[in-house]
Write a protein that binds this ligand. Structure first.
Ligand code: 3HC
Ligand code: NAI
Length: 679
């Protein structure tokens, strides 16, 4: 059956797309739409047209899988121009998400109606491109620059109500009869003569000079999130063109910018990231019909840094949460931090007071383990100590109902050993959240040796419900993310003994796009994590720093000095300490370029990533990319460590590792020799 069908309802032609799962605007859809508009034009009995979609959503955009392939006509720009040029009014009837090319189709229609649950947006920037079918020119004309600019530059969608308030949607209609409402609306405008045409409108842009200060102000406000990305600046340029140039020229400018971006490395990388996240949600060897375990009530053990953040994820998503501590004081502290976090978010407008109250009402703090008995899932976030964890799992095994999932939030420890403490190892797995757990998107799901498929599948399903990007890892020290962090930390320690300064090392990585470098990270986490004061004998740089109470930001100094605003300043004292160690090591001292520093620190990570793949600890290379982008701030525009390795060439990585004297993982070496890539 054709993906686009038409039917007549009296004098209205109803054009319906049925291209699951998201009605992406692939070639067949575009051709079908073009034919439908021709059909309407040729039929004198037709006075108006409605475009709508079957399934879960209105067009969610161009078909991303077609990017990078030879173009197939008709192009989307041609189709939207054809829609707009229709003498008979066209109405877009929107449900689900009208995104990217989908919103561009809607903008080319003369009218737009939507159900209240719909969302509208131009997320192209997140794929490293900009709207390429007139979106940057039509949206400002329809809603004004002040509302169009953030939509195009951030890519975040807006609600139907907001869309109505800015004139993007003409009417909100009932959820249950969108098609009927579309036909009625079309009929109501059919007799009119001057239907609004987005591309010829000037009412909202005519008085705005393109040097209006808000372009610069907006750029400044977005600077942090735009850093390193090429597309946002191109988006701004295109919106400026909408003001400066006549429509036809503005569109030409848009197309030129689109062409440059879509063929560039960043867009390729960001498309990889999009598909990588979706691939990560798939567990290869679990049958589709594996049943899910119903989860209603969640138990959390430990109300510390992680326990509190983990609890918030579930409370926000509407789950009842019981949180257990050992002492009243710790419990009270934990609960008050949860409350403060919610209140801070409410003050920023992210929650309403009613939502905060609803979340807090779902929380039951207790000192009694027995209150966990009827939980469907219990996550422990107690101290990182195997004996403590084992004790916890033995206790939970005796209390929590059969069939419930028992999970550990451990960062490094062996989940199989914890599972072995119970009589139900099949119900045990790791759920490794990242700090701050209520903010960070990544969740590593640690599949233990005996974890049952339904337990794993339920965890994966749950991760989506609490808004996380989940990646499955096998049981190994540090799982995927922290395991790859270790060689980077070792390389950082090694290179400062050869002449690179901590601030040079950090800068090489922040210039690359990381949120911070290894030494900034150590200062933030505290240098004394795992440091043994009683037995410290000044044997490492870290020992000496801790002995001098340079234990990181919390003591006002670490690898850096910190001023009263916590701004970091390179430290002479640290330089002297490092120089003394370097002299003792006898290592040759030299100057390192930024590129050399990156290679020294990042190539060993790729090597470790390859080992993780070789051992089957990650299902696929793109899962590793998903971990590092969402858990550690690896710059998405490089596609993640493994995609980045592909980009620069695996042979170059292998040569670099060999020059460093590293033992190269066989999988990496073989791939490089065969000229293959990870992705
Ligand atoms: N093209 C091709 N495939 C797409 C797609 C697209 N635009 N959008 C989603 N898909 C695929 C996904 O890869 C996934 O495939 P899979 O089942 O094989 O893994 C499937 O559709 C379902 O997607 P999700 O798992 O993401 O489903 P959700 O219900 O969670 O989310 C969504 C739906 C909000 C529409 C989300 O898929 C999304 O954000 N899609 C991308 C939207 C987008 O970026 N649009 C702009 C495209 S670029 C463009 O339009 C250029 C134009 O200006 C010229
Ligand atoms: P934390 O020290 O802040 O909190 C641990 C809490 O557990 C304390 O409040 C303690 O009183 C409580 N506790 C200890 N034993 C208990 C028991 N038997 N019953 C009930 N409560 C008990 O520690 P944090 O940082 O929250 O770490 C917890 C776990 O999360 C560790 O396994 C850690 O490795 C892991 N983790 C930590 C991350 C971080 O950045 N802090 C990141 C990811 C995981």
């Amino acid at each position: 059956m054709s993906v686009i069908t038409t039917r007549k309802d009296g004098d209205v032609l109803v054009v319906t797309s049925n291209n699951p799962p998201v009605n992406a605007l692939g070639q067949a859809v575009r051709a079908g739409l073009a034919d439908a508009i021709k059909e309407a034009a040729a039929d004198d009995a037709i006075k108006a047209v409605v475009i709508n979609c079957e399934g879960r959503t209105f067009f969610a955009g161009a078909d991303i899988t077609e990017f990078g392939k030879p173009p197939l006509g008709p192009s989307l720009p041609e189709v939207v121009d054809q829609i707009e040029a229709s003498a008979k009014p066209v109405v877009a009837a929107i449900h689900g998400t009208a995104l990217g090319g989908g919103l561009e189709v809607a903008l080319s229609c003369h009218y737009r109606i939507a159900v209240a649950s719909a969302k509208l947006g131009l997320p192209e920037v997140k794929l490293g491109i900009l709207p390429g079918a007139g979106g940057t020119q039509r949206l400002p004309r329809v809603v004004g620059v002040a509302d169009a600019l953030p939509m195009i530059v951030t890519g975040n969608p807006i609600s139907a109500a907001k869309a109505e308030s800015i004139g993007l949607v003409d009417k909100l209609v009932a959820e249950d009869d969108l098609a009927g409402s579309g036909i009625a609306f079309a009929r109501s405008v059919a007799g009119k003569s001057d239907h609004p045409v987005s591309s010829t409108r000037t009412d909202k842009i005519k008085d705005i000079p393109s040097d209006a200060p808000f372009f610069d102000e907006f750029r400044k406000a977005q600077m942090r999130r735009m850093k390193g990305f090429e597309a946002p600046e191109a988006c701004i340029e295109a919106v400026k063109a909408a003001i400066d140039l006549p429509y036809a020229e503005g569109v030409k400018k848009e197309r030129e910018l689109f062409g440059k971006l879509v063929s560039g490395t960043q867009s390729k990388a960001l498309r990889h990231v999009f598909f990588a996240e979706r691939a990560a949600a798939k567990i290869d060897d679990i049958p589709k019909d594996t049943p899910l375990i119903p989860i209603k009530k969640v138990g959390i053990l430990g109300a510390g840094t992680m326990g509190g953040g983990i609890a918030m994820n579930f409370l926000t998503a509407g789950y009842a949460v019981t949180i257990v501590e050992r002492q009243q004081e710790a419990l009270d502290r934990g609960v008050s931090i949860i409350r403060k976090n919610y209140e801070r978010s409410a003050a920023k407008g992210r929650f309403t007071e009613a939502q905060v109250k609803a979340a807090m009402d779902l929380l039951t703090p207790t000192l009694d383990y027995n209150d966990l008995a009827d939980c469907d899932l219990v996550i422990e976030a107690v101290f990182e100590n195997m004996d403590v964890k084992k004790e916890v799992f033995r206790t939970l095994d005796g209390i929590v109902k059969q069939g419930a999932i028992l999970a550990s939030n451990t960062s490094y420890l062996n989940v199989d050993e914890m599972a072995a403490e119970t009589k139900r190892p099949g119900s045990v797995l790791g759920l490794h959240f990242f700090s701050p757990a209520n903010v960070m998107r990544l969740l590593e799901i640690v599949r233990a040796e005996k974890t049952e498929p339904s337990v794993l599948k339920t965890a994966m399903d749950l991760s989506k419900k609490i808004g996380k990007v989940a990646v499955v890892s096998g049981v190994c020290f540090g799982f995927i993310g922290n395991r790859m962090l270790s060689p980077r930390q070792r390389a950082a320690q090694a290179i400062i003994l050869q002449g690179a300064k901590p601030w040079d090392v950090d800068k090489a990585l922040t210039d690359f796009g990381m949120p911070m470098g290894p030494f900034q990270m150590s200062d933030l986490a505290g240098l004394d994590l795992g440091w043994d004061k009683a037995n410290s004998k000044g044997e490492t740089i870290r020992d000496v720093l801790c002995e001098r109470d340079r234990r990181g930001q919390k003591t006002g100094k670490g690898y850096y000095d910190y001023d009263e605003n916590r701004r970091s300043i390179p430290s002479k004292e640290v330089e002297e300490i490092i120089n003394a160690f370097a002299a003792k090591s006898g290592l040759e001292q030299r100057v390192f370029s930024q590129e050399e520093i990156r290679e020294q620190l990042l190539f060993p990570m790729i090597n470790e990533g390859a080992k993780i793949l070789e051992e089957g600890m990650a299902q696929r290379a793109s899962d590793i990319d998903t971990v590092w982008i969402n858990g550690y701030g690896w710059p998405a525009f490089t596609g993640g460590p493994m995609f980045w390795a592909d980009t620069i060439g695996l042979d170059k990585v292998v040569a670099g590792l060999k020059a460093q004297g590293a033992e190269v993982c066989k999988l990496l070496e073989d791939k490089a020799a065969k000229g293959e890539t990870f992705n």
